[in-house]
Design a protein around this ligand. Structure first.
Ligand code: FMN
Length: 364
């Protein structure tokens, strides 16, 4: 399956499929299991320096839809299919000094797999910039191949963290300046999809030295309330907060965000995330320009694999390889971005009267 190999942001991946920053990459045990199963890389669960304590209840729920009475709910019902995950989990509660020897051991055991350390600190003062530098340097010193800056967590109260800062181009620039000055590895920036200024934010990040944009983190959202019990499907003491929607339900929106960035910056790298459950979804990210694919919810949902998608990666690799063989492509690079020029302004699409034809022919 050598056709699956890709070079992305200067790093050699045995295949383009990696586990996103989330529970599948929260520990050494899970990451090693994922590599044994065949994943090309991992982005670690986000590592920070501030203390973390999660809510006193489930951190993630899986919501399913059914054909009969097609409502979405976490409730167990017959004949349902996956719709989405909803979570309000914070970043890793494992401190940096536990992570570091683990990361070193992982890299020593799997030198051909890419380990990208996701990190997060605050903004707005020199101490926080120093925290970004400290996190990045420590992870690179133990062998991490790249750094992903988490500027996208949708449920941070602190106004200087996560999705709250993703709109601010000055903050994006200052964090990138701090991190690129401290380490010499590719820097990926994970932005929130929940901003009207996404393309500007991505532009600021690329300009300030980001090798790639990772999109999307989960979409800010609320869990549903059950009409019978009048309770939210997940709550603590009757209370809930805005959390993040992931999984199949966000696929189309994630593709649109990736397409926007890919059209604005066709020569820059994008790692596609959001709703990938198999080859078809991955294919869609690639045709819009993504050169790397990250997966979270589908891996977490897989039963019997410890939540790292053992069957999923086998299937992804098989189906991508099969596609490349059948189409005669030597790698994903040969069809990456082919949809880019086919996403046009509404006025460029032919009208029923034929009065205006934007000029794109679908004939192959
Ligand atoms: C339970 C859970 C925890 C997550 N934690 C993080 C995190 O710590 N850092 C981060 O950048 N993204 C985090 N994410 C977001 C995922 O990495 C991913 O961007 C998102 O789930 C969309 O991908 P999916 O549709 O494949 O789930 C988390 C997602 C879930 C479901």
């Amino acid at each position: 399956m050598e056709k699956l190999a890709t070079t992305f942001t200067g790093l050699n991946f045995v295949n383009p499929f990696i586990l996103a920053s989330a529970p599948p990459t929260e520990s050494k045990r899970k990451i090693m299991r994922a590599f044994d199963a065949g994943w090309g890389g991992v982005v670690t669960k986000t590592i920070g320096l501030h203390p973390v304590e999660n809510v006193a209840g489930p951190k993630t729920i899986y919501q399913r839809a059914s054909d009969i009475k097609p409502y979405v709910s976490r409730m167990k019902r017959k004949d349902t299919v996956s719709h989405s995950s909803w979570n309000w989990e914070l970043i890793s509660d494992q401190p940096l000094d536990i992570w570091l020897p683990d990361l070193k051991e992982i890299k020593a055991n799997y030198p051909d797999r890419m380990v990208i350390a996701s990190i997060m600190a605050g903004a707005g003062n020199d101490d926080e910039m120093e925290n970004w530098r400290k996190l990045a340097s420590a992870c690179v010193d133990v062998g991490c191949d790249a750094i992903e800056l988490n500027m996208s967590c949708p449920h941070m109260d602190r106004k200087d963290m996560g999705a709250n800062i993703a709109n601010d181009e000055d903050i994006i620039r200052s964090i990138l300046n701090a991190v690129t000055g401290a380490v010499d590895v590719p820097i990926w920036v994970k932005l929130t999809p929940s901003t009207a200024k996404l393309v500007d934010a991505a532009g600021a990040a690329y300009e300030a030295g980001a090798s790639s944009i990772s999109l999307c983190n989960t979409f800010p959202s609320l869990p549903l309330m059950d009409p019978e019990t009048m309770k939210f499907e997940v709550e603590v003491d009757g209370l809930v907060t805005s959390g993040g929607l992931g999984g199949l339900a966000i696929l189309h929106q994630a593709l649109q965000r990736v397409s926007d960035i890919s059209k604005a910056f066709p020569d820059r790298a994008i790692s596609g995330i959001g709703g990938i459950r198999g080859f078809r979804e991955a294919f869609n990210f690639i045709v819009h320009g993504a050169g790397n694919l990250q997966v979270c919810t589908a891996a977490m949902e897989e039963k019997g694999s410890g939540g790292v998608g053992v069957d999923l990666i086998r299937e992804l690799k098989h189906d991508l390889n099969d596609f490349l063989e059948r189409k005669g492509y030597s790698s994903i690079e040969e069809f990456r971005g082919v949809a880019r020029e086919r996403i046009v302004e509404h006025s460029k699409v032919r009208r029923k009267s034929g009065s205006y034809n934007g000029g794109y022919s679908l004939a192959s």
